[in-house]
Design a protein around this ligand. Structure first.
Ligand SMILES: NC(=O)c1ccc[n+]([C@@H]2O[C@H](COP(=O)([O-])OP(=O)(O)OC[C@H]3O[C@@H](n4cnc5c(N)ncnc54)[C@H](O)[C@@H]3O)[C@@H](O)[C@H]2O)c1
Length: 320
């Protein structure tokens, strides 16, 4: 298969690209910046947030490889707080979805769109195990959530108006390899690994926050199953939760990291930040039924894998 991945220099794109290549597929990446972890993914550098109209064989004047089978659209400003502070970046996310959808429309390709548990916002307690049908645009918790709801809506409209074939995955707190560029993205797990291992203080925002952490190998296994089935035409036009299917607190997560690092955390606990989703447990029944999705890595196991990976990577790359 020939797969174009937008956002291929990011966490999920890097893991997915390398997995697909290892399975013998041809992977072509597009990103605004080079990949800092690997040079194995052939990457076209392009800003996808600019409006382009001609997408025949590429986007704007940039030609993409021919005979593609599918596009996986991951490119986005993916940090909730950053978009609360700079809401115009939400508009750039929408333009990126437009460019990816137009490219697929003009080249008759199916698309996978990376959405988020953010589409659910903060639901009442009785809805804590969240099914796909619970998403509601009125619940958008932040401009980032709005771009995922809006991006999904654009894909649904393209399916109706232009027969675009799609799968939408709603990811949740993906962690593991290729996520430790903490100067660019302050993701909580690599940030805590970094700080606790250096005896630096950490702040937990939300004592009661309950989140569904997904080990990256489980996430990309689900996406990869979706690619196979969408290209084969056996599963199409569905929106699917991809997560582990269990809620864990930030305090549990901190405890596992501290144990794996062998240090006591110097921890302060504060209220959740503006725009954050505070409770989320995914119902993953649809992913199981449609894709045979079976996540295997608990948070505790995932952390015991990603702590040594991150510490080794920082040591080998001279990160102080
Ligand atoms: N990782 C998670 O926990 C998670 C959860 C829910 C949804 N998602 C979504 O999944 C997708 C992938 O997430 P990720 O964690 O790999 O994010 P990431 O930030 O690591 O990767 C996104 C990539 O998009 C690229 N990008 C940003 N602006 C661009 C532009 N203008 N033109 C071209 N490329 C651009 C970035 O350079 C980056 O490499 C994102 O759309 C994100 O919103 C991720």
């Amino acid at each position: 298969m020939r797969v174009l991945i937008t956002g291929s220099s990011g966490q999920i794109g890097t893991n997915l690209g390398l997995k697909l290549q290892a399975e013998g597929h041809d992977v072509f990446g597009v990103d605004i910046r080079p990949n800092q972890w690997t040079d194995k993914i052939n990457t076209t550098l392009q800003d996808l947030s600019v409006r382009y109209d001609n997408h025949k064989g590429g986007i704007g004047a940039v030609a993409y490889p021919a005979d593609l089978d599918i596009v996986v659209h991951l490119a986005a400003h993916a940090k909730v707080h950053e978009l609360v502070a700079h809401p115009w970046r939400a508009m750039e996310n929408m333009m990126m979805v437009f460019n990816a959808a137009e490219f697929c429309r003009q080249n008759d390709l199916p698309i996978i769109f990376s959405s988020s548990r953010e589409t659910y916002g903060n639901l009442p307690a009785e809805d804590f195990v969240v099914e796909e049908s619970f998403a509601n645009f009125k619940n958008a918790a932040s401009p980032y959530s709005a771009t995922k709801l809006g991006g999904e809506a654009l894909i649904y409209s393209y399916a109706r108006c232009y027969d675009l074939r799609y799968l939408i995955f709603r990811f949740s707190n993906v962690y593991g390899r290729y996520d430790n560029d903490i100067l660019r993205m302050e993701r909580v797990i690599p940030l805590f690994i970094y700080r606790i291992s250096r005896d630096e203080p950490i702040t937990v925002y939300g004592r009661d926050k309950l989140l569904d952490f997904t080990y990256v190998d489980d996430c990309v296994a689900g996406v990869s199953a979706g690619i196979d089935k969408l290209v084969a035409g056996t599963v199409e036009n569905h929106t699917i939760n991809l997560a582990y299917g269990q809620g864990r607190s930030l305090l549990d997560m901190t405890e596992y990291i501290a144990a794996a690092v062998g240090k006591q955390p110097n921890m302060t606990i504060e209220e959740s930040l503006l725009g954050e989703v505070k409770h989320y447990i995914a119902n993953i029944g649809k992913a199981r039924a449609l894709l045979d999705y079976t996540p295997t890595t608990t948070l505790e196991e995932g952390i015991t894998k990603c702590v040594p990976w991150s510490l080794d990577w920082w040591a080998q790359n001279g990160v102080q």
